[in-house]
Design a protein around this ligand. Structure first.
Ligand SMILES: Nc1nc2c(c(=O)[nH]1)N[C@H]1C(S)=C(S)[C@@H](COP(=O)(O)O)O[C@H]1N2
Ligand SMILES: [Mo]
Length: 318
């Protein structure tokens, strides 16, 4: 069992083993070219060849929101959506990054019930679309640094987690926020087949982290609702932490007075701690964290302390 787990955790899918990005992009561009030229025939071909990006971005409901100019990503371009929607970690579907989009195609991300409970004035139940109406949406261009040493830059649409927490009204006893994903083995081959994982996926933050201005609840990307493979209809973005803290497909927010367990800390405790702040000076037990591969360009670039968000978050840890 241990051996199995050690073979499957995210860091353990060596980047060498997945299709090199250049090959993948080449195939996709080819597909797009074919699609442009041959219309209907191409969609038939697309089904047969399983095009990696499931729902074409244009088909997703538009979700326009003004970009917040405060959060800038200096010296890096926004990653094309063809990259960020075709290269995913979402173990509920598969551990193969380039197959997530296809396998998530039929996932029913609406309607979507969300619950707030635990140390709150009043437990709540509502639909995700109520959130879209309740909170003014903004766009933030954020870096995302996976613990496996690859990274992307994404324009997320959403609202500050702090606003959500204020609305949820935790009591004075609340010290942590626990978040839980969904359990739908019927729609998720990864949950069906990888039974050794403690589904559903779960994460947590200290309340002071959840209240930090950078912590962002995401309902869209690239100006439209989130594609399934990126965590539709609701995910977290905590860009100063390794990617696995940014839980996708959230169904529950629970306020607690004890530090909640987290998925990867449960599976491989010696490698993934609760805080998991990006730190280039602290190597993963099996690889360096000093640099990262920008998925869109293949370039190796230095990893920044707190993934470049130190000015906003470092004070929390002093
Ligand atoms: N529910 C759930 N959330 C998840 C994961 C997952 O497997 N399941 N993977 C995490 C990891 S390891 C990363 S790097 C990011 C990837 O997000 P992206 O595919 O949108 O780039 O999602 C995180 N959130
Ligand atoms: Mo990750």
């Amino acid at each position: 069992m241990t051996v199995l787990i050690r073979k499957r955790k995210p860091g353990e899918v060596p980047e060498r083993k997945v299709t090199p990005e250049s090959v993948y992009l080449g195939r996709r561009r080819l597909f797009q070219a074919v699609a442009a030229g041959f219309g209907g025939l191409a969609s038939a071909l697309g089904a047969a060849f399983s095009s990696p990006a499931a729902t074409p971005a244009e088909a997703l409901r538009p979700l326009p929101a003004p970009r917040n100019p405060k959060y800038k990503v200096e010296g890096r371009e926004i990653s094309p959506e063809s990259v960020t929607a075709g290269f995913n970690n979402y173990y509920e579907f598969t551990t193969e990054k380039q197959r997530v989009a296809r396998l998530a195609e039929q996932f029913q991300s609406r309607p979507w019930q969300i619950e707030v409970r635990g140390l709150v004035e009043k437990p709540l139940k509502f639909d995700v679309d109520d959130l879209l109406k309740r909170f003014p949406l903004e766009e933030r261009v954020y870096r995302m640094r996976c613990v496996e040493a690859w990274s992307i830059v994404v324009p997320w649409t959403g609202f500050p987690l702090a606003k959500f927490v204020e609305w949820a009204k935790p009591t004075a006893k609340a010290k942590y926020l626990r978040m839980l994903s969904f359990l739908r083995p019927g729609q998720c081959p990864g949950q069906r087949e990888q039974t050794w994982y403690p589904w559903p996926y779960y994460e947590g933050l200290r309340l002071d982290e959840a209240m930090n201005e950078v912590a962002f609840l995401v309902v869209g990307s690239y100006g439209h609702v989130l594609p399934n493979q990126n965590g539709s209809p609701l995910r977290l973005a905590t860009p100063w932490k390794y990617g696995y803290k940014s839980i996708k497909g959230v169904t529950l927010f629970e306020f607690t007075d004890k530090q909640p367990p987290t998925f990867w800390n449960t599976v491989v405790p010696q490698e993934y701690d609760f805080l998991s702040n990006v730190n280039p000076a602290k190597p993963h037990p099996r690889w360096s964290q000093a640099t990262e591969r920008e998925v869109a360009t293949g370039k190796m670039i230095p990893t920044l302390p707190y993934n470049g968000y130190g000015e906003y978050v470092a004070h929390v840890y002093r």
